[in-house]
Design a protein around this ligand. Structure first.
Ligand code: 5AD
Ligand code: SF4
Length: 577
């Protein structure tokens, strides 16, 4: 068997440790050996699971790009491939075996091929070692706490040529100044906290992502401000439980104040995931109501509608408390859409408990819901509880699904005839004349429109409901929408902003002003001196001032930008043609 270098093995028991958290800066140095290897080589990343994994992909892509690798979306072209796994639901480990097999061809073709396994599954005890035993060509196994070490670990591998396992089960760090290559230039995800302290009895997350650590609010706001300045239209704040954000900082920071600060950056649309019902307090509802750029959509996972089942799940609220929160939210923000996650067949779930879930879903009137059949996660308390027979779970799942479809359809039907602002994500896979995007209530809307509206905010009237998506029509001229979008981007464009800033500085510069006045005066004197002895001297004086103006650093700087700005504006004119 291949030798494995173990830097750190996962230990699910360790995950419950609560170390003192330290803010550290990412090591962005690229060693020579890595730089040389990366030159002309391609990386490929495949991500499964939640937005937390998507964000990890962006960070890993950032590190790999800094090393000098080029991104590819073709698996066969990859010299370095990352499989970013998800452990939340069923058979995660089994699925990975198939995935890895597919990369064997890369190794056969290219002996330098590097395969990296990352993501939550790697946090489960023994998984990395088992995988390497079966597939000795796996180069690295990296834990979710270690994504920022990807370049260091590849460097180790290049030096030592043996498989490496580096999976920490807890982290005492919040790493800042991470490089990242964002997957989208309109919508961005921003982590506000890592890990989770709730330890719901079915959930693997606290074991794979560790205890909750909040980022400093100034770091979060600075990242969001930069996204706004770069022309992003939507930010989604991410945390396993956003509502407990900041409590670990013990300095009065909390989620409502952070949300308000991010809303004040001026981002067009702001959302957040995921909320924990009993910690979603009135201050948070008031903040959502106060800022018009915060979407009226709240993902509000209930998991079960039965107090006794919630207790076994380790959820820290009752059915009544959940309903009270949902009622309060709808009272304060009447057009709020609530979506949820529900697990059926949790250990010991009785028919009565299940019926409580159905009645709660009806009472809340969800706009949509993710429904899951319980699956035991190794090492979690619920995995050892008495399990519900699969046929019972499946039968309940079908009943729940039918109800969720009805509720979703009802919510969608109520949108017909109304107009919603849609952020266009792109053209539909099935028809390139159709655009797709999300309304502020979280619903998917399709409508006929030109592809150049991708990334724009468009007002769309809803015509038909197809339950999980809606069909609408634009209520504005596409060119007017595009012009509005161009104006938005011009306001955010770095070149144009610099050009405008310099123009303003020039307009207010006392020295340039007086040089201008001197030039007018000198020109007058030059004209009057025509044919006189002093003409030569006046000419020299005039030219001297002109020279000073022409060589003034502010004017030179603006002139240097002129051509680029002109090129950009002409390109916009061509798009609008
Ligand atoms: N079995 C089934 N569903 C689960 N979820 C989390 N863990 C499990 C599990 N062991 C669901 C929860 C959670 C969502 C992301 O996944 O509903 O909110
Ligand atoms: Fe898992 Fe519960 Fe934490 Fe959500 S709140 S991540 S379900 S432990």
């Amino acid at each position: 068997m291949a030798k494995i270098k173990i830097i750190q093995k996962p230990c699910q028991k360790d995950a419950a440790k609560r170390p003192e958290v330290e803010r550290v800066l990412a090591n962005r140095e690229v060693p020579e050996i890595l730089k040389t290897f990366a030159k002309g080589r391609y990386f490929y990343i495949r991500t499964y699971g939640c937005q937390g994994n998507v964000r990890d992909e962006e960070v890993m892509a950032g590190f790999l790009s800094e090393a000098g690798f080029t991104r590819t979306y073709e698996q066969s072209k990859a010299d370095v491939a990352v499989i970013n796994t998800c452990a939340v639901r069923e058979n995660a480990e089994d699925k990975i075996y198939g995935e890895i097999g597919a990369f064997k061809a890369n190794k056969v073709r290219n002996k330098d091929f590097i395969l990296i396994l990352a993501g939550c599954v790697m946090g489960e005890d023994g998984v990395g070692e088992n995988l390497i035993k079966t597939y000795p060509f796996i180069s690295l196994v990296i834990g979710t706490h270690d994504v920022h070490k990807i370049n260091e670990l590849i460097t180790d591998y290049l030096k030592e040529h043996q498989s490496i396992i580096n999976v920490h089960s807890f982290s005492s760090e919040v790493v800042e100044q991470l490089p990242s290559v964002r997957l989208n230039d309109t919508e961005a995800f921003v982590n506000i906290s890592y890990g989770c302290d709730k330890f719901c009895t079915y959930c693997i997350v606290p074991f794979t992502r560790g205890r909750e650590r909040s980022r400093h609010p100034d770091d979060v706001v600075a990242e969001c401000q930069k996204l706004v300045d770069d022309g992003y239209k939507q930010i989604t704040l991410l945390g396993q439980n956003v509502n407990s954000y900041g409590l670990d900082l013990k300095d009065g920071t909390n989620f409502a104040t952070l949300l308000a600060r991010v809303a004040e950056t001026g981002i067009s649309r702001l959302k957040f995931l995921t909320s924990y019902p009993s910690q979603f307090n009135d201050e948070m509802i008031e903040t959502m109501a106060k800022y018009p750029n915060i979407d009226h959509w709240l993902h509000f996972p209930v998991q079960s509608g039965s107090t006794s089942c919630l207790k076994r799940m380790g959820r820290r609220y009752t059915r009544e408390e959940y309903l009270e929160r949902a009622k309060k939210i709808k009272e304060m923000i009447p057009d709020m859409s609530l979506s949820t996650d529900i697990i059926v067949g949790f250990p010991g779930e009785t028919e009565e408990e299940f019926l409580d879930t159905l009645s709660l879903a009806k009472e809340v009137g969800y706009s949509s819901a993710f429904t899951f059949i319980y699956s035991p996660r190794p090492g979690t308390p619920a995995a050892t509880m008495e399990q519900v027979p699969p046929e019972v779970s499946h039968e309940r799942f079908n009943r729940l699904k039918a109800l969720v479809d009805d509720l979703t359809a009802k919510h969608s039907d109520e949108m017909i005839g109304k107009t919603f602002e849609v952020l266009v994500e792109g053209t539909s896979k099935r028809d390139e004349n159709v655009l797709s995007g999300y309304a502020r209530n979280g619903k998917l809307v399709n409508f006929v429109g030109p592809a150049y509206l991708t990334g724009c905010l468009v007002n769309v009237r809803i015509l038909e409901s197809h339950v999980y998506s809606l069909k609408g029509e634009m209520v504005e001229d596409p060119l007017v929408v595009k012009a509005r979008d161009v104006a938005f981007h011009m306001k955010h464009d770095k070149l144009l902003r610099e050009y405008s800033r310099l123009s303003e500085e020039i307009a207010n510069d006392e020295e340039i002003k007086s040089l201008g006045e001197e030039l007018v005066e000198a020109k007058k004197e030059l004209a009057l001196s025509m044919g006189q002895e002093s003409h030569k001297e006046k000419k020299a004086h005039y030219e001297e001032i002109l020279n000073k103006i022409n060589n003034h650093p502010l004017l030179l700087n603006r002139d240097a930008l002129h051509e680029a700005v002109e090129g950009e504006l002409l390109a916009i004119r061509d798009i609008l043609k």
